[in-house]
Design a protein around this ligand. Structure first.
Ligand SMILES: [Fe+2]
Length: 375
């Protein structure tokens, strides 16, 4: 790394639009991401962990290699993609959404439409995930162009064998600009949100924790979450709640006999709260679709799936209220980095096949486990 004693970088908080009150997100200006000095790195790392989502504008010319290096600043010994090779499994629900860049395999291409040639990938067709493929009840065809849902609130993580990535980067390479959509929660609350088509929505899991009652905070601090083995295959027959925050319990998860071999030592049992490495704050950090059981402080294990999901949903739902959602209205060249251990995020929107949209995503399975509340 080049050496310098001062950094030209400045950090500017995102101002929520009228009616919103989310308290995270920042734009970082003045960074040369192809030539990051030690001191720049320090400023960027600090900005990320105090703002959770940071945005760099005009990065369309950044190479996949530089994107990889930027992402790796947060975990210099991490090297492999966050899902490892697990996405190769055709039955994984993530399989159709991601294409790997051959010369930089930690970087994936996601988006919509046909591309003749992109970073060595030839004649590929990308498909923006549509909620109708995942939600139990979809918005009607007639209302579909103007309305959307949160597709799936999640953490980027394999949640089996590999450690959850610390940071994910997302570069908007090509963004079709169309009209705003209304995002409907359709969960009986009447909640909705106006956002630009295809916005990525983020919520702060620190806020989510902060909103809990004292009893629930205590429960969250002392409970561990067990994830299903091969979770994205396990859940492949299941359907989501309309708010994208976890699955409906209809007994459609695959039985163990239909999963790849399970090594019990690779099953993830993680704290429900993860500590921010800079601020020390606790995030209520649960992947709501992949959760299988809860381990309480007294040794009780709750493994009734419907009950587990209801508990997690009750704890998480206040944190996705419309005013708390930061919906990134992408412009070409935007590079977002987010604290994957401190936010949940989701795709929104739907596109026609001819609306071409291209993003590059990068994250790495972490070199160390998450930090729980007592560590
Ligand atoms: Fe993601």
């Amino acid at each position: 790394m080049p050496h310098a004693t001062t950094s030209p970088i400045s950090v500017h908080k995102i101002e929520p639009r009228h009616g919103s009150s989310f308290d995270f997100g920042a734009e970082i200006r003045g960074a040369d991401l192809e030539n990051i000095t030690d001191i720049d790195a320090e400023v960027i790392i600090n900005a990320l962990y105090t703002n959770q989502v940071v945005l760099f504008k005009n990065q369309q010319n950044l190479s996949p290699k530089a994107q990889y290096e930027l992402t790796r600043l947060f975990d210099p010994t991490a090297t492999g993609y966050g899902h490892g090779k697990t996405l190769d499994a055709k039955r994984s629900i993530l399989h159709p959404d991601l294409k790997t860049i051959p010369h930089q395999p930690q970087v994936q291409v996601i988006g919509n439409g046909f591309l003749e040639d992109f970073e060595g990938l030839k004649n590929i067709t990308l498909k923006h995930p549509h909620h109708r493929t995942f939600h139990r009840d979809a918005i009607s065809d007639e209302d579909d162009r103007e309305n959307t849902r949160f597709y799936r609130w999640h953490i980027d993580a394999a949640l089996y064998e590999l450690e959850p990535p610390k940071v994910t980067s997302l570069l908007a390479v090509k963004v079709p600009k169309t009209e705003y959509q209304t995002l409907r929660y359709d969960d009986g609350t009447g909640d909705e949100l106006k956002l630009s088509r295809g916005s990525t929505a983020f919520v702060s899991s620190y806020k989510m924790f902060g909103l809990l009652s004292d009893d629930d905070k205590e429960f969250a601090r002392t409970t561990k979450v067990q994830y299903a083995p091969h979770p994205y295959i396990w859940m492949s027959g299941s359907k989501s709640r309309s708010d994208g925050l976890g699955l409906v319990s209809e007994g459609r998860e695959l039985p163990t006999s239909q999963l790849p071999p399970i090594d019990p030592s690779k099953i993830k049992i993680l704290p429900m709260c993860w500590k921010n490495p800079v601020t020390g704050e606790l995030a209520l950090q649960v992947h709501p679709s992949a959760v299988q059981a809860l381990h309480l402080f007294d040794g009780t294990i709750i493994d009734d799936l419907a009950e587990v999901r209801d508990i997690v949903h009750r704890l998480q739902r206040p944190g996705i209220a419309p005013e708390l959602v930061y919906a990134v209205d992408w412009e070409e060249g935007d590079m977002a980095l987010f604290n994957n251990r401190g936010v949940l995020h989701t795709v929104t929107g739907s596109f026609k096949p001819e609306e071409v949209r291209v993003f590059r995503q990068c994250n790495m399975a972490a070199s160390e486990g998450v930090v729980g509340p007592d560590e």
